[in-house]
Design a protein around this ligand. Structure first.
Ligand SMILES: O=C(O)CCC(=O)C(=O)O
Length: 255
């Protein structure tokens, strides 16, 4: 259960770090799942997801990598169980302000040691705009993410600016000179913490220059009564209910 102070902080700043949402054992076990999945996938294909814009914006990002997988719940049941974690969905429900929480998609990111790719500053809104802007992300940290690991950075209060114009070249991003990554507020986290933020909150992250990988899962969620305004970024599993029910769902065959 989030406190009134935590919810007030979220509404004022557009983000909230919830400490210890997962136990140390849960985080360690999910970390192993992520690395095993990355090993299985990278034996067959290139899973680097570094934005072209990251290489253009950050001098150290010439040779960096970030290992990635979308919708990890289709690869391992441990992630399916995580999606309905009581503490996660309760916090999401309180932040969204609805008893009903619907999945949009999930993304695993592993920033490898010493050369983990950055993310230029952006809102998530241009990727999947919705009518009422209920969309939030929860980044779950499976190992510690101090600043030197390229922790997430945010611009507090930027969710109040509404949707901003983004450059779609090499990943949707904001002008580098106006929003340098290093000028945003660092959100260092510990294994087991969860960082919640609105899809309107400007965020990004720096290079992992530490000797350890940074391992996270981003879960994007919305109020099921908040429709997309553009038919885009659809994926398998989208629409799965994580908490409550979908008031707009129709009987089979009527859809
Ligand atoms: O994991 C990170 O460092 C940031 C991820 C991000 O900005 C995104 O996926 O939109």
């Amino acid at each position: 259960m989030l406190t009134r102070e935590q919810l007030d902080f979220y509404h004022e700043n557009g983000y909230l770090l919830v400490e210890g949402l997962l136990t140390g054992e849960e985080a360690a076990s999910l970390r192993r799942e992520c690395h095993a999945l990355a090993d299985r996938l990278s034996a067959q294909t290139n899973i680097d997801a570094t934005w072209g814009a990251a290489r253009a914006a950050v001098a150290e990002a010439k040779e960096t990598k970030i290992y990635h997988c979308h919708n990890v719940q289709f690869y391992s049941a441990a992630f399916t169980r995580l999606l309905v974690h009581e503490g996660l969905t309760e916090a999401a429900s309180q932040i969204i302000g609805s008893p009903n929480v619907q999945l949009h998609h999930t993304k695993m990111f592993i920033k490898p040691p010493e050369k983990g790719s950055p993310f230029p500053m952006h809102q998530d809104h241009p990727y999947f705009p919705h009518a009422r802007h209920s969309m939030i992300a929860a980044i779950l940290f499976f190992d510690d993410a101090p600043e030197e690991k390229g922790c997430v950075r945010v611009v507090p209060g930027s969710h109040k600016l509404g949707p901003l114009e983004h450059d779609p070249q090499g990943g949707w991003h904001l002008p580098f000179s106006q929003y340098p990554i290093e000028s945003a507020v660092a959100c260092p986290a510990k294994a087991g913490d969860a960082l919640f933020f609105s899809y309107l909150t400007i965020h990004g992250s720096g290079v992992n220059v530490s000797p350890e990988a940074r391992t996270t899962l981003l879960i994007q969620m919305r109020d099921p009564e908040d429709p997309p305004t553009v038919k885009t970024h659809e994926s398998r599993g989208q629409g799965m209910m994580l908490r409550g029910f979908d008031p707009l769902s129709l009987p089979r065959g009527v859809e």
